[in-house]
Structure formats: structure tokens, C-alpha cells
Design a protein around this ligand. Structure first.
Ligand code: N01
Length: 544
């Protein structure tokens, strides 16, 4: 790791996190002469890709699109080995970006931000770190990611279990070898669906505990071809511009027909053709899959039939065919050989939908009175998404108001960017922005540019404080829910709805109207003199 530079205790901006968001913000700030401190809990950069090292971890957005677009030399020069990148390749890329732009010395690694209190008298955020350091900042930016607080359910007997335990989102850096072991995987979300085929190849026996089955589409991943990469590189300027206004921040071939306006033969032919292509673009087979339950049912049944055809044991196949939610309303998974894995002799699926795990024991766990013994248990049980990482920091705003208190009935933001009562605090891809319902890099770049441009605007105009107006925030909170309820998303018990965390308020957290629609709203807000925000000048403070 490079030598650290001298660190100031009063800066313009404190940034939490050195993942894709924190790194780009650090780069923008440094270029514009904005002083920063950037704190990262890990001992390296990369955020999600630093922590999620489980076997099979891979991105389901194509490499040519899951990459920064802010620097043309970077995107022209970087070589991606595969259509969909594995975790190690993405981490290598993030490390390259960090060093290419000289960011590493400006990051405090292995340092958590524990508290951030807004000091109204000085209009400064007072930050406290896990190393006991205090730093004051004009602006405080939470860039710690949306899916970065791993959760292990509070199973009874959790501490009694004597074997090895792992969480997919906190995977050890050294290689984990399951050869010869009896392994359990708890959970069947995106992480499990990627890990299970790889663990099954190593383990002597693998038992998968499934609560709700998930829909998964084959990735059809393959080595990158020079033709494909070349076509992207030659067209990057236009393609990135298009991505920024695309519904999910990725270029996808959306079929602009209703699934119900075509004949059954055309519908099946369309699904079949897209199944062969693979990937989550499958959802773009028709334009009403996420808004019309009848249309959605046609796609869901097509995928269920694929699962039934793939899995040889009909009982297991039926258990794996999801029936609890419309397809796409929980994050659509993308896999390599997931359903085929259940045809192996060393893999067993245990349905815990009606009889949950009773408890963990010294040597394994018990379900419905049946005792299982394991050498290792893998928790693929997900994250306290969207709000968990924000709540891990003791954040208090004006009048000592805690963010946890303000958001006790659910997140309250204006544009997913700021919350009233917390002046000069920004969230990158916060709740109420497209965030997890988009290509994260597209959304990260948009938010970072908006935040950096706003800080520069304030500096240039002699403005010292920015805060959303309560009415603007109230209207946005309502708007996010109105838009969500025009879709099928609220019908699922998903982490988008906070349903995976006991006691978490149930409401749809991301903004689902699309990346392009959202970007246009942000552009209009800024063009309209930051409509819905209020500023205060230095003079106003002196007069108080
Ligand atoms: O987590 P999840 P994840 N007892 O919350 C089960 C992104 N990601 O880490 O469905 C038993 O989706 C839970 O069951 P249920 C992506 O956005 C992207 O897999 O709630 N089981 C579920 O099966 C993704 O959505 C990529 O009934 C319990 C599983 O654990 C997000 O990260 C790859 C349980 C958790 O699934 C999170 O994915 C990986 C309990 N008490 C992740 N509690 C790609 O880019 C939970 N479960 C490809």
C-alpha cells in the first residue's frame, strides 16, 4: 500500500467508503481542489467486490457496461476477460482505477466512521472514527453501498455450532476449501445461486436450505471476444450517453410489445430466443412483465417449465419452481449451472418454507425434528439493504435528531440524495433513488457528479448550507411509493421491501421509474435553481 499523505482534521468533505462510489467522488473532489478524508473499513478498495469473495461471485451486468464511463482512456484501455466479470477481475479493475488516478494515499483504510454529528453552531459535521480520530467537515457523504451490511439470522443455538461458518458477504480472503466436507448453504438468493454450483463440485455433500424459491436465468457467460469489446469501445461515447437515460442504466433490447398482445406461439418463441441469449435482459422480453400480473404469469410459467425440465427429480424440480412471487419482483438471479446442480448425487434440497430451521446444534442444525450434521455452514442469508449501512453510523442532524429516529417508519429522502434535518449530508444511491434497481455504476456516476457539482456550486456562490425542504421530501417519499405501486414489485416479500429483516418497515425503497426518468428530474431540479432545496449563505449565518 502506498505511503499515506498528511491528513487534515478539518476538510470540505468526509467520504464514507472506498467502493465504486467513494472512489469516484474522491477523484472528482481532488480534481476540483475540494479537500477530503475518505474512510474505508476494509484494508483495500472495491466495496462489494472486496467483501463478496464467495465461490462463483460474479456480476450479472455485462463487463462492458459494469465499468466507469467518466474517463475515455480508461474504458478504451481496460481489457475484460469475460462477458460477465468474476469478482477477482472486478477487484483488479477497481485497484487499477485507484492507482491510475492516485487515490490510494488519500484513503484511511481499516477505519470505520462510527459517528457523524451535525454541529449547527459551526455548520460542520463532526466525524468520529473507530481509531478515535475526530474530523470536522462541511459536507458528509455516505458512500458505503446499498447491500453492504451482511445479516445472519438470529437462529437459536447459533453460538453452539462448533464447525466453520461463513457469510457470502464477509468471505475470508484466504482460499476456503470444502473438499471432503459436509456443507450446508442457507438461502437461495443471488449469492447462493452463484455459490452452490461451485461448492457442490468441491464438497463431499451439500445440503441447501430453501425458504422461498427464486427465479434464475442462465448467464451464458463466455470469454470476451475482440469483436464485441471493439464494438463497445468504438461506440462508447454514444452508448454511455444512451445508458444514462436507459430504464435500468444498461443497454438492453426491450421488446416494446405486451406479452398479451401476441399469439402464444410468438410469446413462447420470444421467451425461447431470449432464454438462449441468457442474462437478466430476459425480463425485457415484453414491455408489461413488471406491470401486468397476467403478462408476468406467462413468463413465470415459462421459467418454471424450464426448471422442471432441467431438474431430473420431479419433487426437487417442483420445489425449485418459484410460486411465491411474480418473476422479477425479487431480484432476478443469473446463474451458471444452478438447476443442473440438483442432478448431482451429492446435493440435497431441503424445503424450509413451512417448517423453518429449529435451531443450530453443536454439529449442525435441526429442521422439523430432523437432525443434520455439517463441517461448514454457509449463510447466504443476505443483507440489511439500503438502510443498514446508514444506520450502522450514529448519524445525528439538526437538534441532535438521529437518522434512525427520523426514518423509524421507513427512509425519508428527497431524490434519495438528502434528508431534511441533515444539512450538507449526501447519500450516494440512497433509498428513493434508482440505486439497486439499476446498473449501480451508472447510478453511482450520476449521483457523484450531482453531489460534486453541488458542492462546487456552493463554493462558487458562497453558499454554506444545503438542505431539502420538508414539503419537497414529503412529496418525493409519496411519489416513490405511488410509482412502486403501479408495478408488481410490492407483491413480493423481498429485501427491496425490507421484508428480510424482522421488524423493518415494509415499503419499497428504491425509485422504480427508471434511471433516465430520474436523471431528467434531477436535471430539471438543478436547472430550476435546485427546486425543493434551500441554501444558506455565510452572511445569513453571521446575521443569526
Ligand atoms: O441475499 P438475498 P443475496 N432462514 O437477500 C434466505 C445482489 N447480488 O446475498 O427468500 C432461512 O437475495 C432468503 O430466503 P427468502 C443482488 O442485488 C448481486 O443472495 O427471504 N433462509 C434468501 O433465499 C441480490 O439481490 C449479484 O425466503 C433465510 C436468502 O437467504 C442482493 O445482492 C450476486 C433466512 C437471501 O437472499 C442480495 O443477494 C449476489 C432465514 N432466517 C448478490 N433469512 C450479482 O450481480 C434469509 N434467508 C449476480
Amino acid at each position: 500500500m502506498s505511503d499515506q499523505v498528511e491528513k487534515a482534521s478539518t476538510v470540505d468533505v468526509v467520504i464514507v467508503g472506498a467502493g465504486f462510489a467513494g472512489l469516484y467522488l474522491l477523484h472528482r473532489a481532488r480534481k476540483q481542489g475540494i479537500s477530503t478524508r475518505c474512510f474505508e473499513r476494509g484494508d483495500g478498495v472495491g466495496g462489494t467486490w472486496f467483501w463478496n469473495r464467495y465461490p462463483g461471485a460474479r456480476c450479472d451486468v455485462e463487463s462492458m457496461q459494469y465499468s466507469y464511463g467518466f474517463d475515455d482512456d480508461l474504458q478504451q484501455e481496460w481489457e475484460w476477460p469475460e462477458k460477465f466479470s468474476g469478482q477477482a477481475d472486478i477487484l483488479a479493475y477497481v485497484n487499477h482505477v485507484t492507482d491510475r488516478f492516485g487515490l490510494r494515499p488519500h484513503i484511511d483504510f481499516e477505519t470505520e466512521v462510527r459517528a457523524a454529528h451535525y454541529d449547527e453552531s459551526q455548520r460542520l459535521w463532526q466525524i468520529e472514527t473507530s481509531l478515535g480520530e475526530r474530523v470536522a467537515a462541511k459536507h458528509f457523504v455516505m458512500a458505503g453501498g446499498c447491500i453492504s451490511t451482511a445479516q445472519v439470522p438470529k437462529f437459536e443455538g447459533l453460538d453452539d455450532y462448533k464447525g466453520s461458518t461463513y457469510h457470502t458477504g464477509l468471505w475470508p480472503h484466504e482460499e476456503v476449501n470444502f473438499t471432503g466436507q459436509r456443507v450446508a448453504v442457507i438461502g437461495t438468493g443471488s449469492s447462493a445461486i452463484q455459490a452452490i454450483p461451485v461448492i457442490a463440485e468441491q464438497a463431499a455433500h451439500l445440503t441447501v436450505f430453501q425458504r422461498q424459491a427464486n427465479f434464475s436465468i442462465p448467464s451464458r457467460n463466455h470469454p470476451m471476444t475482440p469483436e464485441y469489446a471493439g464494438a463497445w469501445r468504438n461506440g462508447y461515447a454514444d452508448k454511455r450517453a444512451e445508458m444514462r437515460y436507459a430504464p435500468n442504466g444498461v443497454l438492453r433490447d426491450l421488446n416494446n410489445k405486451s406479452a398479451l398482445d401476441v399469439s402464444e406461439a410468438e410469446r413462447l418463441e420470444t421467451y425461447e430466443a431470449r432464454w438462449k441469449i441468457g442474462g437478466s435482459g430476459f425480463l425485457a422480453s415484453f414491455n408489461d412483465i413488471m406491470t401486468n400480473k397476467q403478462a408476468n404469469d406467462t413468463m413465470a410459467e415459462f421459467v418454471r417449465n424450464k426448471i422442471r425440465q432441467t431438474v431430473k427429480d420431479p419433487v426437487t424440480g417442483e420445489l425449485l419452481a418459484p410460486k411465491t412471487h411474480p418473476i422479477g419482483t425479487k431480484r432476478l438471479c443469473v446463474d451458471t449451472g444452478y438447476y443442473e446442480t440438483y442432478n448431482r448425487d451429492n446435493v440435497e434440497l431441503v424445503d424450509i418454507s413451512t417448517a423453518p430451521i429449529d435451531r443450530l446444534t453443536e454439529s449442525g442444525l435441526m429442521v422439523n425434528g430432523r437432525r443434520f450434521e455439517f463441517d461448514s455452514i454457509v449463510f447466504a442469508t443476505g443483507f440489511d439493504a439500503m438502510t443498514g449501512t446508514l444506520f450502522n453510523v450514529d448519524i445525528t442532524g439538526r437538534d441532535g435528531l438521529a437518522l434512525t429516529k427520523k426514518w423509524e417508519a421507513g427512509p425519508r429522502t428527497y431524490l434519495g440524495l438528502m434528508s431534511q434535518g441533515f444539512p450538507n449530508m449526501f447519500m450516494i444511491t440512497g433509498p428513493g433513488s434508482p440505486s439497486v434497481k439499476s446498473n449501480m455504476i451508472t447510478s453511482v456516476e450520476q449521483h457523484v457528479d450531482l453531489v460534486a457539482d453541488t458542492i462546487i456550486h456552493m463554493r462558487d456562490q458562497g453558499l454554506e448550507l444545503i438542505e431539502p425542504a420538508l414539503e419537497a421530501e414529503d412529496a418525493w417519499v409519496d411519489h416513490v411509493q405511488v410509482v412502486a405501486h403501479k408495478t408488481l414489485f410490492p407483491q413480493a416479500n423481498s429485501w427491496y421491501m425490507g421484508a428480510n429483516i424482522p421488524g423493518k418497515p415494509r415499503l419499497f425503497m428504491p425509485y422504480i421509474a427508471g434511471v433516465g426518468a430520474y436523471r431528467k428530474i434531477c436535471e430539471e431540479v438543478v436547472a430550476d435553481g435546485y427546486r425543493g432545496f434551500r441554501f444558506e449563505t455565510k452572511k445569513a449565518m453571521a446575521a443569526e
